[in-house]
Ligand binder design. Structure first.
Ligand code: ZN
Length: 298
């Protein structure tokens, strides 16, 4: 009996497994969200130094020192940012450790951000939602992995205004692959057109906006993210995703300016809104489209 047959007869067990696995993945996403932008910046810096060394025929190698020590997703071990205390395995259990330590470092007592358990719990709950709506099948597992990627992208964009290619591009191609292999319910044509239209629509808006105002309204990461969503959800989902993200984005943006007095000129990342709209579309896209069409009397 394979995993799917067994899970189909034990749906509750399936949901429990999804919840627990996603909870620990949430803990890994915290690491990705924090470290990936730093890794990218180190890479860019060393590329720049290498390029400039050649260009100016000088040796800038001594500038490299701070990126010399290994820093990736697994090395070095996580430490308390205040005192450098190494986080033990027991202190690294998602949500539970944070609650047990009452949000404080066991060595120096400085506060550990509530953001970490919140991201872990959010990852687990959103994955559970996908599992309960789509049931026991391959597409559910891929959809859950997509949700993990969207959470990482949203938070990285929120923190750094970056949407790393290392995440957007592989997931864009994965979306097309899932249609090609029939794992995804989206047809291959819808998926390919979705990827193209997703990229080109925002690219066009960007170019027009730049032409008219001379400013850059969004980044190339946003085009890639919408291409990714088009590849996974089909071109039919794109109008709704754009509409939803513009709606939520402007409500949040205007309230930030009105309530917090935030400067209009500070760029507001668009990625988290695109990602949330994509998530809503993954879960309830069909229902929303049907409701919309029946409302229009079609
Ligand atoms: Zn500490």
């Amino acid at each position: 009996m394979d995993f799917f047959q067994y899970s189909a007869s034990n749906p509750l067990l399936f949901l429990i497994i999804v919840f627990l696995v996603s909870l620990s993945v949430g803990s890994f996403l915290n690491v990705v969200i924090y470290r990936l932008p730093i890794m990218l910046k180190q890479e860019w810096k060393s590329d720049c130094i290498e390029f400039l060394s050649k260009e100016l025929s000088t040796d800038l190698k001594d500038q490299k020192t701070d990126s010399e020590s290994t820093f990736n997703l697994s090395v070095p071990r996580s430490r308390c940012p205040s005192c450098g205390h190494k986080i033990s395995a027991l202190e690294n259990i998602p949500v539970i450790s944070w609650l047990f330590l009452r949000g404080k470092c066991s060595a120096c007592g400085s506060a550990i951000s509530i953001r970490y358990p919140v991201i872990e719990l959010t990852t687990a709950l959103l994955s559970l939602l996908v599992a309960s709506i789509y049931g026991v099948q391959w597409y559910t597992l891929t959809g859950i992995v997509l949700v993990w990627a969207l959470i990482a992208l949203s938070m990285i964009d929120f923190d750094t205004q970056l949407l790393p290619d290392n995440i957007t591009l592989p997931f864009l191609w994965l979306g097309i692959l899932l249609s090609l292999t029939g794992i995804s319910p989206i047809s291959l044509i819808s998926s390919v057109i979705g990827a193209m239209a997703g990229y080109l629509s925002l690219w066009t808006v960007y170019q027009l906006f730049k032409l008219i105002t001379g400013k850059e309204g969004m980044g190339f990461g946003d085009f890639k993210l919408l291409a990714l969503l088009g590849a996974w959800l089909g071109w039919q989902a794109l109008p709704m995703i754009l509409l939803l993200s513009a709606l939520v984005g402007s409500i949040v943006g205007i309230s930030l300016i009105l309530i917090l007095g935030r400067d209009k000129n500070i760029p507001i990342p668009f990625g988290p809104y695109l990602a949330s709209a994509g998530f809503i579309s993954l879960l309830w896209g069909k229902e929303i489209q049907q409701a919309y069409f029946s409302f229009m009397g079609l």
